[in-house]
Design a protein around this ligand. Structure first.
Ligand code: 13P
Length: 343
């Protein structure tokens, strides 16, 4: 294991003015997304869509890495070029989602646990051979009456730490993702409390499993009011509470936090990231690893039609550019209207 090389990759993934594109939707999730725009979820369409994203002209200016689903790691473009190579030609680092999704946690109604540790060592070795340089594991934590429990959170922390240790052993930078969902009627204070609890347990587990903090990235949720909460939180409050939560739980040795968007509208996710970077007192890079908040407008523009590829690429580049600007706190709403003005 060459930890120095892993540290270099981790830092490259959070290079100034760039962030990560999460394009690692499982078959079920991508099917749902395609359905929402009337596109058929065939193997060919999944390849066409992801190739469209990866070949957007100049994407590498704003995107440091892309998280792939296993199918994409093995796919080639129509001319035979592996999609991984399409990315590396853009100067983008390929990564891979390695968990096997969530199942019900036995004995704890309403709680979930992430599967995929069995055989992970062998799968990671193969992913590294296929060109992946980083990996991602997502723990999903819902908020409800009496949940999450301490046991549910500890099970997730253990899974994330096992994954991170195995990834570093295989020469892949682990992206550790404990996602506290925004679904529900909880207040922002409750979201803060659960996020703080899981981050504390995760870093204890990472220490116990001898994970090198400099050679990993954390992919946290922003601290938000629930989608059904009657008191919505403002941008400044979200940034302040998210930062406070991370300052109390995340060691400064971690090179970067790459936030997930979690179902926020794309412009709001960008505004929150911008406010986080404007606060200006963080020891880590504050970046993005957005799925929906980068892809939603591109998907809507594409709708499964080859004729819409350029429009979809322009939509992706627009979101990538806005989020890249938010990395330095230089995003403004004017960047959105400027893009809509006719050429
Ligand atoms: P969202 O930004 O759409 O939440 O996706 C990020 C991700 O990779 C979830 O695992």
């Amino acid at each position: 294991m060459n930890l120095t090389a892993l540290e270099t990759t981790a830092r490259a993934l959070v290079a100034a003015g760039k962030g990560i594109l999460a394009a690692d939707e499982s078959q079920g999730t991508i099917e749902k997304r395609f359905k929402s725009v009337g596109a058929e979820c065939t193997e060919g369409n999944r390849r066409a869509y992801r190739k469209l994203l990866f070949t957007a002209p100049g994407l590498g200016e704003f995107i440091s890495g892309v998280i792939l689903f296993e199918e994409t790691l093995r796919q080639t473009a129509a001319d035979g070029t592996p999609l991984v190579e399409v990315l590396t030609r853009q100067g983008i680092i390929p990564g891979i989602k390695v968990d096997k999704g969530v199942k019900a946690l036995a004995g704890f109604p309403g709680e979930k646990i992430t599967e995929g540790l069995d055989g992970l060592r062998e799968r990671l070795a193969e992913y590294a051979r296929l060109g992946a340089r980083f990996s991602k594991w997502r723990a999903v934590i819902g908020i409800g009456t009496d949940i999450p429990t301490r046991t549910g959170l500890a099970a997730h922390a253990y899974g994330l730490a096992r994954f991170a240790a195995l990834s570093q052993e295989a020469g892949l930078v682990p992206i550790v993702e404990p996602e506290v969902l925004m679904d529900g009627g909880h207040t922002i204070e409750r979201h803060y409390e659960v996020t703080e609890a899981i981050l504390n347990l995760v870093f204890q587990a990472l220490f116990d499993h001898r994970v090198r903090l400099e050679a990993m990235l954390l992919k946290p949720n922003m601290v938000l009011a629930g989608t059904e909460c009657p008191q919505p939180a403002g941008v400044a409050q979200v940034a302040e509470m998210t930062l406070r939560c991370a300052l109390r739980t995340v060691p400064a040795a971690v090179p970067g936090l790459v936030f997930l968007s979690g179902g926020q509208s794309d412009a709001l996710a960008t505004e929150h990231l911008n406010a986080l970077n404007r606060a200006g007192r963080a020891p880590w890079e504050l970046s993005f690893s957005f799925g929906r908040a980068l892809q939603a407008p591109a998907l809507k523009a594409w709708r499964g039609q080859a004729a819409n590829v350029s429009a979809a690429q322009a939509a992706l580049l627009q979101r990538a550019r806005c989020n890249a600007a938010a990395r330095s706190g230089n995003y403004s709403a004017a960047m959105e209207t400027a893009a809509q003005a006719p050429a």
